[in-house]
Design a protein around this ligand. Structure first.
Ligand SMILES: NCc1[nH]cc(CCC(=O)O)c1CC(=O)O
Length: 318
């Protein structure tokens, strides 16, 4: 293709790094690429994400795509609303970074080493619920801001620790500050955490094919499809904080031949209030082509178990 591909991105250091990986892949394939910064309300406001609402970081980018200011939009996949956007197609999901959450604590401490009463910062209802469910007496302190702002609260001594996505730190070359990568048994990540979503206009088939052939990773796509389908089905039914993690695994079928399955784990809070929190968990495996149905089935199981039965704090921030 001879036209210059304009890739829209948020202007944050993390977004620019993420967009850079997609731009590099396209340049390597011989494409001319231009990076266009788009400012979003999520970047301009300092209110809690749960108040500004879902899509704060992504709707302005999608608008720029629909207005033809840009040809491609690169998002942190977990920040995208689950509802599809008319006129836009998910053209590619690049290979995922480590999806797990990370603890950054003072004095090199791990979660198990932090004392009762330790102040741990996060703005995410999902992380809050899972931290409180550990029953270790932590005080969860609501925070937001970019990654450096959050890290500085630990370095300045204002907080004992913060929990952040490992992927964001790794992409920024800051994985060295991590004191513990949290086991998904304790802390299931947000659906699609560590993955990118690369979108283009539905009618721009040249770009769609190019992105699909150059930057898409089939295993990542299958995994996040299951996670997001679970989230979407739970959103329709409740407003609980939700974590999910899927992996493509190789199994043997009845004749002993190797097949690829998707293995999905999910967690949702039954309630999160001053009384405490109860987490509901479920897991299941299905064929790779059944990823979407697997996610919906797991959501149904969590709803049966009582996900969202008590009022949750909202689902906007993951
Ligand atoms: N909600 C904020 C956000 N959106 C994407 C990332 C980076 C990690 C990723 O791509 O999943 C982060 C930071 C975080 O949760 O610590």
């Amino acid at each position: 293709m001879t036209r210059t591909i304009r890739i829209g991105t948020r202007g944050s250091a993390l977004a620019l790094t993420q967009t850079g990986t997609v731009a590099d892949a396209l340049r390597k394939a011989g494409q001319e690429v231009e990076i266009v910064k788009v400012s979003t309300p999520g970047d301009r406001s300092s209110a809690p994400i749960a108040e500004i609402g879902v899509g704060v970081f992504t709707s302005a980018l999608r608008e720029a795509l629909l207005n033809k200011q840009v040809d491609v939009a690169v998002h942190s996949y977990k920040d995208l609303p689950t509802a599809p956007e008319r006129g836009i197609v998910l053209a590619a999901v690049p290979p995922r970074e480590d999806p797990r959450d990370a603890l950054i604590a003072r004095d090199g401490l791990t979660l198990g080493e932090l004392p009762p009463g330790a102040r741990i910062g996060t703005g995410s209802p999902r992380r809050t619920a899972q931290l409180r469910a550990l029953g270790l007496g932590f005080e969860v302190v609501p925070i937001r801001g970019n990654i450096d702002t959050r890290l500085n609260k630990v370095f300045d001594g204002e907080l004992d620790a913060v929990v952040l996505a490992r992927a964001g730190l790794a992409r920024l070359g800051r994985a060295d500050v991590i004191t513990e990568t949290l086991d998904p048994i304790q802390m299931l990540p947000a659906p699609a955490q560590g993955a990118l979503a690369v979108e283009c206009r539905v009618d721009d088939v040249d770009i769609e094919h190019l992105l699909r052939s150059i930057v898409d990773d089939e295993a990542t796509r299958a995994a996040v499809t299951a996670e997001r389908a679970m989230l979407a089905a739970l959103e329709a039914g409740c407003s609980a904080p939700v974590g999910a993690l899927a992996e493509v695994v190789e199994d043997l079928d009845a004749d002993g031949s190797v097949i690829e399955n998707v293995s999905l784990r999910g967690v949702a809070a039954a309630g999160l209030d001053d009384e405490g929190v109860q987490l509901l968990r479920a897991s299941a495996v299905a064929g790779k082509s059944e990823a979407e149905q697997l996610g919906r089935d797991l959501a149904a199981e969590l709803l049966d178990l009582g996900a969202g039965a008590l009022s949750g704090p909202g689902r906007e921030s993951r």
